[in-house]
Design a protein around this ligand. Sequence first.
Ligand code: OAD
Length: 238
Amino acid sequence: MGYKKRIAVLSGAGVSAESGLSTYRDNGGLWDKYDPMDVASDVAWKQNPGLVLEFYNRQREKLKAVRPNEAHRLLASLEDKYNVDIITQNVDNLHERAGSTRVLHLHGEVTKIRPENTCNEADAFSEQYVVDCGYERVVLGDLAPNGAQYRPHIVFFGEPVPKIEKAIDIFSAADIVLIVGTSLSVYPAAGLYRYASGRTPVYIIDPADVPARDPRIVHIRKKATEGMLEFCKMLEEE
Ligand code: OAD
């Protein structure tokens, strides 16, 4: 077995769009319908936790009804020939369900919960507190063994991003960077590709313009499924 090149992938809501999940910032996206400050922020959790829980109950229900698409599957199949790490901003589980084995969820996972008193960086993603709730509803009064209310295992706006250091290490070591389906508008995730070393090619798959200016960027202006096919072809021709 020779050296397998390392591909660092940053994925966003666009990769799951063709599965039927809404993106956040497109027309008709989730943040058109809801103000993230009301349903996905640290302040919202303090002021109206019931509404926040309902918002994520609804996301769980939607996730249960959809399946991975060809883009998720092609990303998983890259593992045959490459060392692939997927850093996803998505809180869905479609990369895992498509077969990807190394998936780092920067913004948490909707199918998981943890006690509300685990919000500092050290505790927030500590395996000992995080519980798999699958697609079940979680309501006020659902308490952890330590007596604290369960909250979504989500990085709310206003909270630190505990896994960012690990993600930076992965991007720093990448031979190839692939960014798929993200508007690159939320930091620190949006800045990750800049940690890749000087000559590392950076591919972007997105039908729309994205705010990234870098001579290394090859923009494949297509939806994720078609764009992934083109990306895989480009890799074969490398
Ligand atoms: P956005 O909704 O901001 O961006 C989605 C991107 O996907 C846009 O650039 C679209 O052009 C693109 N897109 C739409 N359909 C596509 C398709 N079929 N194939 C490929 N691309 C497509 O979503 P994110 O960038 O993922 O955070 O948002 C980042 C974070 O903001 C999320 O993780 C979430 C949100 O607030 C939290 O909830 C903490």
